[in-house]
Design a protein around this ligand. Structure first.
Ligand code: 6PG
Length: 246
């Protein structure tokens, strides 16, 4: 079980993203104060875009030179593709803050060989965190979202990556998209000092109830995120939390 799990329900989506931005900056300040840097893996999709825009708008003068940004997953597309998480983060955040380019670790998803993309990114993590062969990186913060099928990052139900226990990053074949996704594996997610899920809107309510209060066999990917020595925080708005009973 994670050392602590908490669920924060904010009245509106705007409140959710303000609270998430405050938590991001709190974690960043704490990490920079303690170790001189903040390592964070960003989530993709549409939900976190509002958080990234808020960080750019309200914290443009933050010590971004002490922040090291990674991506918890990426679509297997070039960075210019509308599907690219890097493109979304670049437009909403990177283009608006003074962060040294060498602090941003983009998944090299333009390479047509998905397995090579994953092993390249895996090697980047090992180099940056100076890991021993069997060691996993401990991110100060990993942001995650919740997909309609209970996936998180690009760890989809019934996909091969769910069983990966030694690599940090894999190319995961997602049958329903007929495409590869590049994703962190569970050992990386569960090594984090803090994991923050964000879920907003009524369309997440049923799946949230299932993930947070249901028992699935096998467990849904989002239910398998349990930092062994870290905090697990679910940041929700009321619409997403509507089906929760406690
Ligand atoms: C991605 C994300 C993915 C996302 C969920 C929720 O690359 O799409 O990493 O895991 O967080 O699918 O997506 P929305 O925020 O768009 O609902």
């Amino acid at each position: 079980m994670p050392s602590t799990r908490s669920i924060e329900v904010l009245a509106t989506a705007a409140d959710l993203f303000h609270s998430a931005a405050e938590e991001f900056i709190r974690a960043a300040r704490a990490a920079i104060g303690a170790q001189g840097r903040f390592t964070v893996a960003l989530s993709g999709g549409s939900t976190p875009k509002a958080l990234y825009s808020l960080l750019a708008a309200n914290y443009s003068d933050f010590a971004w030179n002490r922040v090291f940004l990674f991506f918890g997953d990426e679509r297997h597309v070039p960075p210019t593709d509308p599907e690219s998480n890097y493109r979304m983060v670049s437009e909403s955040l990177l283009s608006k803050i003074k962060i040294p380019p060498e602090n941003v670790f983009r998944v090299p998803a333009d390479n047509s060989d998905a397995a090579a993309v994953a092993s390249d990114y895996d090697a980047q993590l090992r180099r940056f965190f100076q890991l021993d062969p069997a060691e996993f990186p401990r991110f100060d913060l990993i942001l995650l979202g919740l997909g309609p099928d209970g996936h998180t990052a690009s760890l989809f139900p019934d996909s091969p990556a769910l069983d990966e226990q030694s690599r940090l990053v894999v190319a995961n074949w997602v049958a329903k998209f007929n495409a590869y996704r590049i994703t962190f594996t569970f050992p990386v997610l569960n090594r984090a000092a803090e994991v923050m899920f964000m879920a907003s809107g009524a369309d997440k309510a049923n799946m949230l109830h299932q993930v947070l209060e249901g028992k699935s066999t096998p467990p849904l990917p989002s239910q398998r995120v349990e930092p062994s020595d870290g905090t697990l925080l679910w940041m929700l708005d009321q619409a997403a939390a509507a089906k929760l009973t406690r």
